[in-house]
Design a protein around this ligand. Structure first.
Ligand SMILES: [Zn+2]
Ligand SMILES: [Zn+2]
Length: 74
């Protein structure tokens, strides 16, 4: 049995501070994060949903708690 070495290579990788996008469930080094509830969304998803989340391109509305968050303040 030589599965021990294989097992060690996987699942032990130390994660850097990646944030999980609540939308697509992938992990990114950067996500937009709601200051109020911690909801996070990646750049791709926010672009895709921009029409529903932002009316002015300056702030975006958290779909979770409905609060406004500003672009560019993090
Ligand atoms: Zn995403
Ligand atoms: Zn929120």
């Amino acid at each position: 049995m030589n599965s021990e070495a294989t097992r060690r290579t996987f699942g032990r990788r130390r994660r850097r501070s990646l944030t999980e996008c609540h939308c697509c469930r992938q992990r990114f080094p950067f996500c937009w994060q709601c200051r109020h509830c911690g909801f996070s969304i990646c750049q791709d998803c926010i672009q895709e949903n921009l029409w529903g989340m932002s009316c002015n391109g300056i702030t975006w509305q958290c779909p979770d708690c409905g609060e406004q968050n500003g672009f560019g303040n993090q």
